[in-house]
Design a protein around this ligand. Structure first.
Ligand SMILES: NC(=O)c1ccc[n+]([C@@H]2O[C@H](COP(=O)([O-])OP(=O)(O)OC[C@H]3O[C@@H](n4cnc5c(N)ncnc54)[C@H](O)[C@@H]3O)[C@@H](O)[C@H]2O)c1
Length: 352
């Protein structure tokens, strides 16, 4: 059992990970400014974990990772004299298109925010970190499946900001390696997280028009949007639509628990791991699987390719399996069933 700080813990991946960590017996402090989430997600996490609202095992601090004062409040929020032993750092902005329009905002939250978090960790003597990185670092991959050794060549400001934080972490790790208290760091490169907790009580609640395929498809199925645009029907793939590696958010959450366990148990190290299923599914396969899971039609039209997309991105997920003893267990059908349970039970998300 450890005391953990979860930045961005109210968000999509953070909320599911908080549940998995509470169920594993950990105590959590969540720091979130709710820029893209609602405190309601954490109320539901408590309910799913069968903990009361006053539970000391989940403390929520509304604050910003760029604020030293807010970070100090979060590091001081553990019960008794126990300090935070490790941080899982989800907080950040993640919309690729928005990052192209607002690079300053992305560099500020993702890079400056991470820098101030790391400075606070050093000040509070906590040097164990799991960081949310992204497969977007690989840009247009030359070889698929993509291994962690593939070149880092991001193609948008969001990807650049994630690559910069990865580099900062490597620099910090190197600088402290010979010290009394070296860093233990896991840089986890997620592929395409989708789905929801099987209860349908927590899930992804994007602001405005969803940027990603799954929430878009589920909003079409529930009737919030008229039809899906499929960008490109002429990719060099089996059915001509783009292929991605989708990972059920519960598998991803369990991957974080596994990474944390390994980091805390093993000698200091800098782990860099792809978290994906290792399997590709095309847009049209997702449309068909979601239609079957929901029993609703998902009308779509094929439109020209979108700038910045790649034909296929699929993880080589073998390193994570070897290092963490973890691999995904949920199928595309599970992702659609659970995503639909969330969407149909909460047509307006958390209603924020
Ligand atoms: N969802 C994906 O497709 C995906 C893929 C790869 C990597 N990631 C990364 O994983 C992390 C979590 O993603 P998610 O899908 O859960 O996103 P999300 O937007 O649902 O969660 C991010 C959380 O961080 C909070 N936040 C944003 N700025 C903050 C700030 N300045 N201070 C404090 N809190 C702040 C938001 O309110 C939100 O609760 C992000 O870093 C994202 O870049 C996501």
């Amino acid at each position: 059992m450890a005391h953990l700080l979860i930045t961005g813990g109210a968000g999509f991946i953070g909320s599911h990970t908080c549940l998995v960590l509470l169920e594993a017996g950990h105590s959590l402090v969540v720091l979130d400014n709710f820029a893209n989430s609602s405190p309601e997600s954490l109320i539901r996490v408590l309910e799913l974990a069968e903990l009361g609202f006053e539970s000391e095992r989940l403390r929520v601090i509304e604050g910003d990772i760029r604020s030293e004062a807010d970070l100090n409040r979060a590091f001081g929020a553990t019960p008794g004299s126990t300090g935070i032993e490790a941080v899982i750092h989800f907080a950040g902005l993640k919309a690729v298109g928005e990052s192209v329009a607002h690079p300053l905002r992305y560099w500020d939250v993702n890079l400056a925010g991470s820098r101030s978090l790391l400075a606070a960790m050093e000040a509070h003597g906590c040097r164990n970190l799991v960081f949310s990185s992204s497969a977007t670092l690989y840009g247009y991959p030359e070889v698929v499946p993509i291994a962690e050794t593939a070149p880092i060549q991001p193609i948008n400001p969001y990807g650049h900001s994630k690559a910069a934080v990865e580099q900062l972490l490597a620099d910090l790790y190197g600088a402290r390696l010979q010290s009394q208290t070296p860093w233990r760091i896991a840089r986890l490169r997620y592929f395409n997280p989708v789905g929801a907790h099987p209860s349908g009580r927590i899930g992804e609640d994007p602001n405005g028009t969803p940027n990603n395929l799954f929430p878009f498809v589920s909003q079409v199925a529930i009737g919030r949007r008229k039809q899906l645009q499929v960008f490109g029907g002429d990719w060099p793939t089996a059915d001509g639509s783009g292929v991605r590696d989708y990972i059920h958010v519960m598998d991803l959450a369990e991957g974080h628990r596994a990474a944390l366990d390994v980091l805390l148990a093993e000698p200091p190290q800098l782990l860099t791991l792809n978290l994906g299923s290792g399997q590709g599914h095309s847009v049209l396969e997702v449309v068909s699987a979601f239609g079957a899971a929901s029993g609703q039609p998902v009308p779509y039209e094929i439109v020209p390719r979108r700038a910045g997309d790649a034909a296929a991105t699929v993880a080589d997920a073998s390193l994570a399996h070897g290092r963490l003893g973890w691999r995904t267990s949920r199928t595309l059908q599970d992702m659609c069933r659970d995503g639909w349970a969330w969407q149909s039970g909460n047509p307006k998300g958390y209603g924020k």
